[in-house]
Design a protein around this ligand. Structure first.
Ligand SMILES: [Zn+2]
Length: 756
């Protein structure tokens, strides 16, 4: 049976059809080709021909041409459009021409690096030349490291390893740095927020080291579709970039359906489970013999979906092995086997976390089911992109969960299909981040006084570091003067010095991750359920003195939510847009927060199924915030308790919807309403960044305030609940009977705030 057949059968069901909010066909695209660039090495041409490639897609040819002529560039094309050729071709060409040439590839995860290596090995093997390609990461045996440093033509690594394992030891990497022609940064969109701000500084260090060894590599970036790829690439690299986004790869037509599970309890706003609905829809495709991928949000969801599908299709497909699970944490061998099964068609279905949304090669599938919104529109498109043949029809079905972002998107498909609204934001000059890397930079090479480090002036910062004894000025340069390796203590993924380290007690006390203290009180208190890469962990013990959280993996059907008693002091207002109806501001704030109690909340039904106290010291956070202020004349229209509920509702929904515009995780933002804020003397809602100093999100919120508030209003207005539910402003229990109505009114006013 074909995709069309299964679609017809699904669409013949009245109920299914009724719940669709989008039925859209992405038209087929014709391939556009270009010939190999002039002067392409014969061996490379032959290797490509041996793999059936006799000409390039236009975007591949354009990228290769630019890179070979020494231009820095960023390539933005969809999943499976042959993006890797855009960097492999110029790099291999450069090496065939000059065997001394070197290249450095950066991928955000180890798994992706491994995958790339396999691809490179294939091409190099075909050419029968002596080009050595290696991964260099935490798993690389010490015995192999020296050979890689000396002989690796292409070194494939991740930003963390570049930061702690390569740059501080650059003297051992002379061959690489002195001959570095290309730096490849794939999955560029992954480098946003704190991680991206760190990488920008790691690259500043890299450019210094390259300059020292007299090399000036060309940078090739690749990104999924976001609103500002060129801007993000330029902010990250500090270079001026050429954008390549005219995709020449072909694709068959793709039917895109948005499905919102029916409401089963209108008052509480509860919908039928998105997990079960996804399972039902996936079953239709799999029964029809259509090769299908199902994306779940968490490991728990993936495992539920997988076991249900395996059970219900056991008779149909024979061995259950033909439907597989896939997630981070699987062994590489296991993953390779599943990927291979997907490519050769022996695996008919796969249920995966977002681990498969990244560039891993699994060929082209016929159908993709997205169980819940993966958090960013770029990710959603990548997941949808997993379905789609070069020829023939494909289908993608997005099944919305009841969380607010899901409900917003499923009800506003035009937002999803329209011009990409998501901005990848970074702030390389965040003081904490800048200071950490400035120290690492002086350790690596003395910093001539007056030499810039990125764009920010650093003279003052260096003098502060001098007072701390970290650096000293000798002659015309700043030198590192402390003992330790400064890069060691800095994690790129979250971090500042006093992070809470998360230890999995079941896996030989291995470290799962780190979290800053301010967030830790909310997410890592004892009995919290901590979610990391789709896995759930129970926090058994939090040792606040030692800054260690001891966790173990669990499978539970609830999450935890901590109550914070917050007070906010505005230290400086950067900008304001006053208006008669509602004013918006952004600036620098000091937050004091005390975690008081936590609740256990069941997935899907959002029932409160238990609670407990949290006893931790009060935390302070110096950061940036966006706030909206309701002028007294407007506030007078509402009774105080109604206003209180309305503000809470606005805080809840705006902090969720903001993630849509900022491309961030809900955990990156906090929100706090005050019925009479000391700073404004009026009802005020603060949305603040949880990372000390912020990374530019509140400034962007300020700029896009009217759009964000309009979107929040749209979400609440469209929600079928009577007086609030977890899908919009929060349950009536939290915001009161009037909460939803007042929140709607306030958001309506907010949408009137003039644009910048
Ligand atoms: Zn609602």
């Amino acid at each position: 049976m074909s995709v069309e057949f299964v679609l017809d059968r699904l669409l013949a069901q009245d109920e299914f059809r009724r719940q669709l909010t989008l039925d859209h066909t992405l038209p087929a695209r014709q391939a556009r080709y270009a010939s190999f660039p002039e002067g392409l090495d014969l061996r490379l041409g032959q290797a490509l021909a041996a793999r059936g490639i006799t000409r390039l897609y236009t975007h591949q040819a354009q990228a290769t041409g630019l890179a070979l002529s020494g231009k820095d560039l960023v390539v933005v094309t969809p999943t499976a459009s042959g993006k890797t050729a855009c960097y492999n071709l110029p790099v291999l060409q450069a090496m065939l021409r000059d065997p001394e040439a070197r290249a450095l590839y950066l991928f955000p995860t180890k798994a992706l690096a491994q995958d790339q290596l396999a691809e490179l090995h294939g091409l190099v093997g075909e050419m029968k030349v002596d080009l050595k390609t290696y991964t260099y990461d935490g798993d690389t045996p010490v015995s192999a490291r020296q050979a890689i440093r000396q002989a690796g033509h292409i070194v494939v690594t991740n930003p963390d390893m570049l930061h702690t394992g390569v740059l501080p030891h650059h003297t051992r990497w002379v061959k690489l740095f002195a001959n570095l022609r290309y730096v490849v940064i794939d999955e560029l969109h992954a480098y946003r927020g704190v991680f991206g701000s760190h990488l920008a500084n790691v690259l500043r260090r890299l450019w210094r080291v390259c300059a020292f060894y007299d090399s000036h590599p060309v940078v090739i970036c690749c990104s999924a579709t976001i609103a500002n790829p060129k801007e993000l690439a330029e902010r990250l690299t500090g270079r001026s970039m050429t954008l390549v986004d005219d995709n020449g790869a072909p694709s068959g037509p793709k039917r895109l359906l948005f499905y919102n599970p029916p409401v089963v309890n209108r008052q509480l706003g509860i919908r039928r489970s998105s997990t079960l609905e996804s399972q039902r829809i996936a079953e239709e495709f799999l029964r029809g013999g259509v090769q299908t991928i199902v994306f779940g949000r968490t490991r728990l969801q993936v495992e539920i979906l997988l076991s249900y599908l395996q059970q219900s299709l056991a008779n149909r497909l024979g061995k259950t092995g033909t439907i597989r699970g896939y997630r981070g944490g699987y062994l590489p061998l296991q993953r390779r086997e599943i990927e291979h099964g997907l490519r050769d068609g022996s695996v008919r279905g796969v249920v995966s976390t977002n681990a498969l949304e990244l560039g891993i090669d699994i060929g082209h599938l016929d159908a993709a089911i997205l169980c819940g919104y993966p958090g960013t529109i770029a990710s959603a498109w990548q997941q949808i992109g997993r379905a789609g043949r070069r020829r023939g029809a494909a289908a993608a079905v997005y099944v919305a969960s009841s969380n607010p972002l899901d409900q917003y998107l499923v009800n506003h498909p035009e937002y999803f299909l329209g011009r990409d609204p998501e901005q990848g934001l970074i702030d390389p000059d965040n003081l904490l981040i800048l200071s950490a890397h400035l120290q690492a930079a002086t350790f690596e090479l003395p910093l001539p006084a007056g030499e810039p480090f990125g764009e920010a002036p650093v003279a003052e910062l260096l003098r502060i570091l001098e007072e701390d004894g970290a650096v000293h000025q000798a002659g015309e340069a700043w030198h590192w003067s402390a003992d330790a390796f400064p890069a060691e203590g800095v994690s790129l993924r979250s971090a500042n010095a006093d992070n809470v380290v998360i230890v999995d007690v079941t896996r030989g006390a291995s470290v799962v991750g780190e979290m800053d203290q301010f967030s830790a009180q909310v997410f890592l208190h004892e009995e919290a359920i901590y979610l990391h890469e789709g896995m759930q962990y129970h926090v058994d013990r939090l040792d606040w003195e030692e800054k260690k959280a001891y966790v173990r993996p669990v499978k539970v059907d609830y999450y935890t939510d901590a109550n914070l008693a917050v007070s906010i002091k505005v230290l400086e207002t950067f900008a304001s847009r006053p208006a008669a109806e509602l004013a918006v501001h952004h600036g620098e704030v000091q937050i004091r927060a005390l975690a008081t109690i936590f609740k256990k909340i069941r997935f899907h039904s959002h029932e409160n199924i238990g609670s407990g106290p949290i006893s931790l010291p009060e935390q302070q956070l110096h950061t940036t915030a966006f706030w909206l202020e309701i002028p007294a004349e407007v506030a007078r229209q509402f009774p105080r308790p109604a206003m209180q509920g309305g503000l809470q509702g606005v805080a809840n929904v705006v902090s969720q919807v903001a993630c849509l515009f900022l491309m961030c995780d809900v955990r990156d933002l906090g929100a706090h309403p005050e019925i009479r804020a000391p700073h404004t003397g009026a009802p005020t809602v603060y949305v603040y960044e949880r990372y000390p100093g912020g990374v530019g999100m509140s400034a962007r919120l300020f700029e896009t305030a009217s759009a964000v508030l309009a979107a929040a209003h749209g979400l609440v207005a469209q929600c079928p609940c009577e007086s609030g539910c977890p899908s919009c402003v929060g349950p009536a229990l939290e915001v009161g009977e009037e909460g939803k109505a007042v929140a709607m009114r306030l958001l309506e006013l907010g949408a009137l705030v003039p644009a910048r």
